[in-house]
Design a protein around this ligand. Structure first.
Ligand code: CP3
Length: 345
């Protein structure tokens, strides 16, 4: 399918991703489209999470909500990392307050063999939603996204969220061939999902490896990096900036940068100047205000946001964001005020 639009190269967001001069530091928030907004809770009432991801009218409206309310510099598509897995036939649900739950976890060679590739036609509703959104957004770039193979594998193997990743690591260490077969299949699904979004007109993509921080650098390099690199490398010719993000990744930042992204997302534990020393001057950074700081008095929010902006100056490009997603209890007015502060700093 042909690309319907051009990447919004002149936007502050895309310029920062490409390490070009910017009129102001661009800002958006992970999980900006979601439960911190009353208008989101209203439109989602009585509609399941997966169902809402499959309805282009709802996806369009929910994606636009934080843009209208906060004036952020980028929109992120309303979807979820498990949407392509469900579309490829995995029996799963997204349970409110819990997260993804998989009916029959993937543990054996037969389970891995059953996982089928994603065809573009499986996610026609995502293609349609992006094509509706791009003209609605005008000058505001739309970020597409997917889950990285490790984080997707953790849900498929555990059957749901986990704190220890015991079953995941048991397969990784105990059955490395099966592990690599599973991650290779997930890399193909992820790449296919991102290609649909790029073909429909997103201006950037983010690969979420949210739980990669559970690994040492050596294990990340051996068991995960080649698969994430296949996804990011598969988009090299697409022309869109690629962001690579994980939580608790202080020891992985260098390796995550090597996987092929243009921008490395950094959680709140590593200051952006330190992160830049690790990642190098060839990549921009994204982050990294602690989402919990938004619950402190405004003076503290302002002080910490200015610190993040100052530390971000050490990087060749900086996209302001939180170190992880917006918490549902966050006061949306604080987010709006933070956007104003970052854009006028
Ligand atoms: O960022 C955005 O605003 C765009 C939408 C988005 C969602 N999930 C919507 C969502 C994005 C980018 C994601 C990615 C995602 N999903 C990740 C990677 C990012 C991260 O936070 O680390 C992960 C690990 C998931 C899996 C997942 N889905 C979790 C952990 C949860 C939260 C469970 C809960 O209820 O606390 C979900 C559900 C989910 N995805 C919600 C939203 C808005 C909440 C469900 C609801 O509103 O009913």
């Amino acid at each position: 399918m042909s690309r319907v639009t051009t990447i919004l190269e002149d936007s502050a967001f895309v310029r920062a991703c490409r390490r070009r001069p910017v009129p102001h530091t661009p800002v958006w928030f992970m999980r900006q489209a979601g439960r911190s907004l009353p208008e989101y809770r209203k439109i989602r009432a009585g509609v399941g999470m997966l169902e809402s991801c499959r309805r282009p009218d709802l996806v369009t409206e929910i994606t636009l909500q934080p843009v209208r309310r906060h004036g952020v510099d980028a929109a992120i598509l309303f979807s979820d990392i498990v949407v392509p897995l469900a579309a490829a036939g995995v029996d799963l649900d997204i349970v409110a307050g819990t997260g993804p739950v998989v009916a029959e976890p993937i543990r054996t060679a037969a389970d891995v063999a059953r996982l089928r590739p994603l065809a573009a036609g499986d996610v026609g509703y995502v293609d349609e939603a992006v094509r509706l959104l791009v003209p609605e957004l005008g000058p505001i770039p739309l970020i597409g996204f997917a889950g990285a193979p490790f984080t997707l594998a953790s849900y498929l193997i555990e059957g749901g969220p986990s704190r220890t990743y015991l079953k995941t690591k048991a397969m990784m260490y105990g059955e490395p061939e099966l592990w690599h077969a599973l991650l290779a299949k997930l890399a193909d699904i992820t790449l296919a999902f991102l290609r649909v979004q790029v073909g429909a007109g997103v201006s950037a993509v983010q690969l979420f490896d949210s739980w990669a921080g559970a690994l040492s650098e050596a294990d990340y390099r051996r068991y995960v990096l080649p698969h994430s690199a296949k996804v990011l490398g598969g988009l090299a010719g697409a022309g869109v900036p690629r962001i690579h993000f994980g939580v608790g990744t202080a020891v992985l930042l260098r390796a995550m940068g090597e996987a092929g992204a243009d921008v490395v997302g950094v959680d709140w534990r590593t200051p952006l100047d330190e992160a830049t020393t690790l990642i190098g001057a060839e990549k921009a950074v994204q982050g990294n205000l602690d989402p919990a700081i938004l619950f402190a008095p405004w003076e503290v929010v302002e002080r910490e946001a200015r610190r993040v902006l100052a530390e971000g100056k050490a990087a060749p490009g900086h996209v302001f964001n939180l170190g992880h997603g917006v918490m549902p209890e966050t006061d949306p007015d604080v987010l709006t005020r933070l956007v104003d502060l970052v854009r006028s700093a």
